[in-house]
Design a protein around this ligand. Structure first.
Ligand code: 13P
Length: 320
């Protein structure tokens, strides 16, 4: 078994009651860390990537290499997912390239403001018709999940409305639904340590109750562990303090019906820590084979921990 759709992957997870991490990858070395962690923990996994968000300069090249890499892991049930597809055209390109799942993010308009419900439904529905005709799963977004790459500009967060969820799913036919419940993307989330539950998990429960056949997705799930930030900064980084989603909240979200947990920043931090430490240990080193391998190993350790936390570890046999 190599590639499966998100629908297949998440249907099995829902039946057995576990969550599946969807891990963003920005280069092939990081993708290998995700797949090595899945192999080591016997996990199904979702590899996800954003269009244009990689150093190769060409989606066609990077996506082709990702598919070739996944071929090396026949024992790992994998879905290859496009994260936050901004347009129908981008989703169609990913489908032609061989992705088994795409997200169409119709939650924002062209100016980056929250889109109308009708506009979101229209574009999502178009992608679903195209994708389903080609055997590919689709994720939509309800509400808007804000976030910031650099801690300055932040897109507005509009929480998902349970009363709209049933109408959105009925009108679009999505397989999975990203619900805005208070998380945000990126390395800058909450400005103080959590002093209790930070997320509106009541919304997860309310939405799960009205769309039981649709898989809920928690975006912005990174925890931003301070030991990782300290490792990056001890080796020359200047990443400011920020707090993410506590492990307990992720576990509780899975119990309440979240099936796909999106994570990028935590293993980006682990990868960067490994690379920086290798370079700091040998400032004369200019060999990417050395410092990228250190990044890969550091990321893999963190990814394995998360696969255990989400409950996907040991579940690959369910797909064989
Ligand atoms: P983080 O930014 O919290 O890692 O979440 C990633 C994500 O949600 C990608 O869609």
């Amino acid at each position: 078994m190599t590639l499966v759709t998100n629908r297949t992957l998440l249907d099995v997870a829902a039946g057995a009651g576990f969550g599946v991490g969807a891990f963003n990858v920005a280069d092939l070395t990081m993708a290998q860390a995700v797949l090595d962690a899945a192999r080591a923990t016997d996990s199904p996994v979702i590899v996800e990537t954003l269009a244009g968000s990689h150093p190769s300069g060409s989606d066609t090249v990077f996506w082709g290499l990702l598919l070739r890499l996944i071929d090396e892991y026949p024992e790992v049930p994998v879905a290859l997912h496009l994260d936050h597809g901004p347009t129908f055209e981008t989703c169609a390109r990913a489908i032609s390239a061989g992705f088994t799942s795409v997200m169409i993010d119709g939650s924002l308009d062209a100016a980056g403001r929250p889109a109308s419900f009708a506009a979101n439904v229209a574009v999502t529905r178009e992608v679903v018709a195209y994708a389903h005709a080609r055997g590919v799963s689709v994720e939509g977004e309800l509400g808007t999940i804000g976030g910031s790459k650099d801690g300055t500009a932040r897109a507005e967060i509009v929480l998902a409305d349970p009363s709209e969820a049933a109408a959105f799913v009925a009108a679009t036919g999505v397989d999975a639904l990203a619900v805005a419940v208070g998380t945000s993307h990126g390395a800058y989330k909450f400005s103080a340590p959590p002093d209790g539950p930070m997320l509106r998990l009541d919304l997860v429960a309310a939405i799960a109750a009205v769309v039981p056949a649709t898989h809920l997705v928690l975006h912005g799930s990174s925890s931003l562990p301070s030991p990782l930030r300290s490792r990056v900064n001890a080796a020359g980084g200047t990443v400011p303090s920020s707090w993410g989603v506590a492990d307990e909240e992720k576990v509780r979200a899975i119990e309440l019906g979240v099936r796909k947990i999106n994570q990028g920043m935590d293993h980006y931090l682990a990868y960067t820590a490994g690379v920086r430490e290798a370079l700091a240990a040998d400032p004369a080193c200019v060999d990417p084979a050395v410092y990228l391998a250190a990044g890969r190993e550091s990321a893999q350790r963190l990814l394995e921990e998360r696969m255990v936390l989400f409950g996907q570890a040991g579940r690959a046999p369910l797909y064989r």
